[in-house]
Design a protein around this ligand. Structure first.
Ligand code: FAD
Length: 319
């Protein structure tokens, strides 16, 4: 089923998650165990991240360095197929602009269509390596270009003019940034980019993680004012360690409020750090639910244990 249909048909709170495929060569069993631990909470859909190739410098025995280009965490589509057919949950593969030509993207979308996967999240992707593109190939520079490509396929318009085509029917999700994307010059411009993605065919948006709900409420207010009508699903992350107080703002360009920073710094053990993170996420989740936001999305990645503990608390409190 499409994400947008899940949202429209929901009669109560709905909790979805995002996971990351294992590192190249990592255990498939572990990720299956992770998905199994999520099953009791009935996620209507599970997002699976995608990663473009990056440059890795390998030290040789003579002390020199050899450049290698590889995708550290491949396997998004295989994992999505398992989520759909083994666990009967709708998967949402992330499709990137970065590192892929439009021709490769079209082929990937055909694969997903044949697999019966109905949703995709169209994003720019973190480009860690710029693949040289052959002269006869084209690229999507921005997520809006990618949305447009998928939407055209939904209308039966492929890159080449074809006869006897069957349109795809993808439900298209996009990224949104309550604290603005770090490359956007200002919040107004950032909101206008989401509007553009909506106008080109996006059906819903999922936000970057935020730790202060006021950012989300204000962003949604500005988005609605700008004519954005698609659902904007809040993305939440459970902090689990002191080190994330600096690594998360560095990687995701988001603020961490003083209150949780102080509590995290005061934690004496790793268990206490996790507890502080879960309590904060619980507070955020309850507040969102109380304000009538029924679709919550959690960045679980591979460690599902803090999420399952949070869900137990949330079930007792609000769900
Ligand atoms: P865009 O919407 O293209 O925006 C990127 C920047 O370009 C913004 O600053 C925007 O203002 C600007 N811009 C956009 N269009 C134009 C235009 N026409 N003219 C001028 N400026 C423009 N990364 C991964 O590598 N893999 C993942 O699986 C992944 N999943 C994610 C899931 C979610 C929910 C979110 C929020 C992010 C995810 N990311 C992922 C990170 C994402 O790839 C980065 O945040 C990326 O830098 C931006 O992606 P975007 O789709 O928002 O890009």
């Amino acid at each position: 089923m499409k994400v947008i249909e899940h949202i429209e048909r929901a009669t109560g709170p709905m909790v979805s998650v995002e996971i990351i495929p294992p590192r190249r060569g990592g255990s498939a069993q572990k990720i299956h165990q992770a998905i199994e631990s999520l099953q009791p909470f009935n996620p209507p859909f599970i997002d699976v991240t995608s990663h473009s190739a990056e440059i890795i410098w390998e030290e040789m025995s003579d002390g020199s360095f050899k450049k290698r280009i590889k995708r550290k965490s491949p396997g998004t589509f295989g994992l999505c197929a398992a989520i759909k057919y083994k666990y009967n949950i709708d998967p949402v593969p992330h499709i990137l602009c970065a590192g892929f030509t439009r021709e490769e993207t079209e082929d990937a979308l055909i694969e997903l269509n044949y697999l019966g996967i109905e949703n995709i999240l169209a994003i720019k992707g973190d480009a860690k390596y710029r693949k040289p593109i052959a002269a006869d190939r084209s690229v999507n520079n921005y997520a809006s270009d990618l949305v447009s490509q998928v939407n055209r396929m939904n209308q039966g318009k492929y890159l080449d003019e074809l006869i006897d085509v069957t349109p795809t029917e993808f439900c298209i999700g996009v990224a949104a940034y309550p604290e603005k994307h770090f490359e956007s010059p200002n919040k107004k411009f950032d909101v206008s980019i989401l509007k553009k993605k909506q106008d080109l065919g996006a059906h819903y948006a999922v936000t970057q993680m935020f730790f202060n709900n006021e950012h989300y409420y204000e962003y949604v207010r500005q988005a609605r004012e700008a004519g954005i009508t698609i659902p904007i699903i809040p993305g939440l992350k459970i902090l689990t360690s002191k080190s994330q107080l600096s690594s998360i703002p560095r990687a995701f360009h988001v603020d961490i409020p003083e209150e949780i920073t102080e509590k995290m710094l005061a934690a004496k053990t790793r268990e206490e750090e996790v507890k502080v993170g879960i309590e904060w996420a619980l507070k955020q989740s309850v507040d969102l639910l109380e304000k009538g936001i029924n679709n919550l999305h959690y960045y679980v990645m591979q460690n599902t244990s803090p999420f399952t503990t949070l869900m137990e608390h949330l079930k007792a409190r609000a769900l």
